[in-house]
Structures are given as C-alpha cells and as structure tokens.
Design a protein around this ligand. Structure first.
Ligand code: C2O
Length: 525
C-alpha cells in the first residue's frame, strides 16, 4: 500500500537509502521549553566524549524486575537506598537523579535539534516508532546506575502493574511522604487514600468513581484493545516511522503510547495551570509534562510496565515482530552509563531484553480475551437512535462537540487471508493541536445516539488520541499529526463487515483539536 505513510517511510520503498535518526550533538544543547509562557528549563547534560554501546556480558546475572505492589521490605530498603544515593550525587555527575530526569526533558521538550538538518527540526522521541526503544535504554541505564550505587548487580527496577486488578493504584512504595520514592507534585485525588485513587487507563480528566470491579473491567477492555485487537500491525503498536529530518509529529503514536501511557502521565501529574508565588508558572508537573516527568520516581516504574508490554506484544500473535528497517535499527541515542560515560546506543541493540540481562517477574495477564459487547446488546442501552451526520466536505473543522461522519469503505467482506495481510484502519487525518495542552478525543464506530457515547467496554469504541503536554520551541506550538486505529475485528464484532460505509463518531474529551479529515484505509505493516 505504501501511500498511508507517504514518502516519510522506507517501509513502502525498499530501495530508498537508509536515513536513520542521529543522536544529538550535546555541545549544541539549548534550554528546553516548559510551556506556553515560554519558561525554559536547563536540561542539558554535562558534555563528554562518547563510546559505542556494548551488550552486557552473558555472564552477568539477570535483573528481574518485580511488580511494585508485590515487593518486600528488603527490596524497598534497597531501592530507597539506591534512589537516595542517586539524589545525593552532585549536579555535575551525569548519573545524578536530577541529570537522569533531565535526559528525558532534553529529548522531549526541544533542547536538541536533529543533527545536520536545516532549517532546524527538533529531536522528539515521542509520537513515532522510536518511543519504545528510547525509553527502554533510559530505564536500562537508570537501573544500572542504581545497582552500581548499592553495589548490587542484580538490582532491578519495580514495574507498575497497572494492567492488573491489584496494580490499579499508585503503588504504596511511591506514596509515603517520608520515602525518597515520593514526589510531592502529583494529583492529590489520585493518591492512595485520595478521592479517586483507582487508575482509569482511559482517563478523560473527569472524576470517575467506578467500583473497583467496574474500573477493572474497563481497564481490562482498554488493555485488550491496545495490545490485541487494535495492535495487529507493527505501526499500530509501535507508532509510525520517523527518520532523520522528519518532524516527529507525522502520522503518530502507537496504541500503547497513547493509552494507557499518555493517559497515566496526565492522571498522575497535577494538572494545575497557574502562577504561584513560590513556584512560578505551573505546567502539569511532574508526570503531566514531559520536561518534568522524570523527576517523579514513579515515572521509571510506569515505563517499566510500558517496556514489559513491548515484550508481551511479541508473544500475542504470529506477525508480531520488531521492525527490520535500517531506519529503525540504526537510529541512535546518547545516554550515560553507570561509569558516567556517554554511550551511543542503536535501536538494533535494544530489541531483546534478555540480551540486556533484563526480564520481568511473571504475573497473571487477564486481558488476553475480549469481554466487550456492542452497546445495542448491552443491558444499559435501550434506545437506538441514529446520530445526526456531518458531511465529509465539512472538514477541516474544530472538534468542539461530538460529530459523526459516514465514511466510505473501499472494500468489504474481505477473506480471512486478506484480513491477515492488511488491517482495515480508520485514519483521522490532519489533527492540529497545541502541543503544550492536554488533548484527548475518542473515536467510535456505528455508535447509536443514546445519550452516552461508547466507552472502552463497548465494542463500538475504537480508541483515543492523547497528547501529554510538552513544548518544543518558543513561539508556535501548534502541531499536526494523525491517528490510525485498527478496526478489522471491531467491524466483525459489530456485524458491519458487509457495509459500504461506517459511521465514525469523534468525541472531544479534553481540548478542542482541529480535525483535517477521515478515511478508511488498509495497512500492511
Ligand atoms: Cu517519554 Cu512516558 O514519556
């Protein structure tokens, strides 16, 4: 097919010359931008010579990451000690907690430009296929630094098991104000003991108060959509290609990066936006803005679970493998290792956690099978009123209320083999947002107008667009991206696979993005 991601992708053209993203030039690092008022943060790391990454020796012990809600006292003591030591390192030591948090800040909020590209293009490690490998390396070095500080080569970070009913709260080890694992800048109502402490993986900035059972059912269905039914092609799961010179915004994030990854950033962060005498302007710190997310120790456990999902995704079906495209494999980043050396790391060396001597403690996975039902068949819905339709010719438009559009399907009733070959996708094109704001909108298919739009538990719900605030440049902060959602299973489950059109409903949840258009397409990779 090739047209979907256009010239930006060498997936579509095997003869194109490889042009992988290059690591930044640290000597040209400039201040990162926090938010709309243009306040800057100095996230630049100390500069030094770089070496090439080498895999750890096969003789090194495995580091087995435990679930954060299951760790014992001895583990907590060890982890707290390691974080305290890291926080005590001086500011000129790249291994200090502050500098480690700044690694993320610099790669996310515009401190680096892509090397050798004019006019300048910011380096951005979200919104594309480099999201998973970048964060894997970040955890890898963060963990090894901690292990070195306590002289324990088996030390492994805990993962926040938010995909299980027992992990649906901020883990207790991060919630004790006396602990070095605590962070004071979080949404108070989401703390254990707060007014809505249960993790909502589909959070839309509303105070949901579901029972634990109902919240778990919703979270389970979110996980199934993001990992199984909606992630049957690589670009759907990892995000779309990005090579040197491309704006990161392109065609966008993979399933997991949006939800639950992005949702949980804004769920944990304190979304306050105001000026405070003692703190200056607030921009959803700490977890709710990329520049500050790494200051919360919970960030690293959140990302450990995101990383665990990469491993799990590859076990869930036949064609679920890593990309083989050199533009992905040879893209590279810089990190500091446990000896404070600057290391150049290729994506290609990060694909196998076992080779990195990292693994995850096995826990029960309860979202493999879908329990979703169409709204028309669920007990809570009685009416069956068709939605009023907006014409495709009305785009671009500002999404300030729910709209429904009948979108033609070029093909219908495809064979099983055709469906395996190409995933049917709905593409929301030309999404224009202010990158410094929280933005979320939902997408549903053939959803009747019965008052409540489809949610994660309904078959009709296809997914959401989610933006975690991050500012890259002073001045303009608009950016354009797209959202691609896999819908082959969904259409079958709705009994709509023989229809000529599908009614796509867009529901704004937070913010008012501009939407450029909608189409149905077929995705091979
Ligand atoms: Cu780089 Cu969870 O963010």
């Amino acid at each position: 097919m090739g047209s979907l991601y256009g010239a930006a992708s060498s997936l579509s053209d095997p003869t194109a010359l490889a042009n992988p993203l290059q690591p930044p030039d640290l000597s040209k690092c400039h201040p990162a931008i926090k938010g709309d008022a243009g306040d800057t943060a100095d996230c630049c790391p100390p500069f030094s010579d770089q070496i090439e990454f080498k895999l750890p020796s096969p003789k090194e012990p495995m580091r087995i990451r435990p679930a954060a809600h299951l760790v014992d006292k001895a583990y907590i003591d060890k982890y707290e000690k390691a974080i305290s030591l890291m926080k005590a390192l001086p500011d000129d030591d790249p291994r200090s907690f502050k500098n480690q948090a700044n690694v993320h800040c610099a790669y996310c909020n515009g401190a680096y430009d892509q090397v050798g590209i004019t006019p300048s293009v910011a380096l951005q490690i979200h919104f594309s296929w480099i999201f998973f490998p970048f964060h894997r390396y970040h955890l890898y070095f963060f963990e090894r630094i901690l292990g070195k500080l306590i002289d324990d080569p088996t030390f492994a970070l805990p993962f926040w098991n938010w995909d299980s009913p027992d992990g649906m709260q901020i883990p207790a080890i991060f919630a004790d104000p006396a602990s070095p694992l605590y962070d004071a800048i979080r949404a108070p109502d989401h703390l254990p003991g707060g007014s809505s402490p249960l993790v909502d993986l589909d959070w839309s900035r509303s105070a949901a108060s579901l029972t634990p059972e109902a919240q778990w059912q919703s979270n389970r269905d979110v996980m199934h959509t993001q990992m199984v039914s909606g992630a049957k092609k690589r670009t759907l799961f990892f995000g779309t290609p990005l090579k040197a010179g491309d704006l990161a915004d392109g065609n966008g994030q993979g399933t997991l990066e949006r939800t639950p990854h992005g949702n949980l950033h804004i769920w944990v962060g304190d979304l306050t936006r105001e000026y405070k005498e003692d703190m200056g302007n607030l921009y959803s710190e700490d977890m709710g803005n990329f520049y500050s997310a790494g200051r919360d120790p919970l960030f690293y456990s959140h990302h450990a679970n995101v990383d665990r999902m990469w491993d799990l995704w590859k076990t869930l079906g036949p064609r679920r493998t890593d990309f083989t495209d050199p533009d992905w494999l040879d893209a590279a980043f810089l990190f500091y290792d446990e000896h404070a050396r600057l290391v150049r790391c290729r994506i290609g060396d990060s694909l196998d956690n076992k080779k990195l001597k990292t693994d995850y403690e096995p826990v029960r996975i309860q979202w493999r099978h879908s329990k979703r039902v169409p709204k028309t068949k669920s007990a809570t819905t009685t009416t069956k009123k068709k939605r009023e339709l907006t014409d495709l010719s009305k785009f671009p438009l500002v999404l300030n209320k729910a709209i429904s559009v009948a979108v033609p399907r070029p093909r219908k009733n495809r064979s099983k083999a055709e469906k395996e070959e190409e995933e049917e996708v709905v593409v929301v094109k030309g999404i224009e947002i202010d990158r410094s704001q929280v933005i979320k909108f939902d997408v549903a298919l053939n959803d009747d107008d019965d008052g409540a739009p489809a949610g994660p538990r309904d078959t009709e719900f296809a997914g959401s667009f989610v933006n975690v605030p991050h500012r890259q440049k002073p001045g303009a902060s608009k950016f354009k991206t797209a959202l691609t959602l896999g819908i082959t299973d969904l259409l079958e489950d709705l009994g709509a696979d023989g229809d000529d059109t599908v009614v796509v409903t867009l529901v704004p949840k937070v913010g008012e993005p501009v939407i450029g258009g909608l189409k149905i397409d077929y995705l091979a990779d």
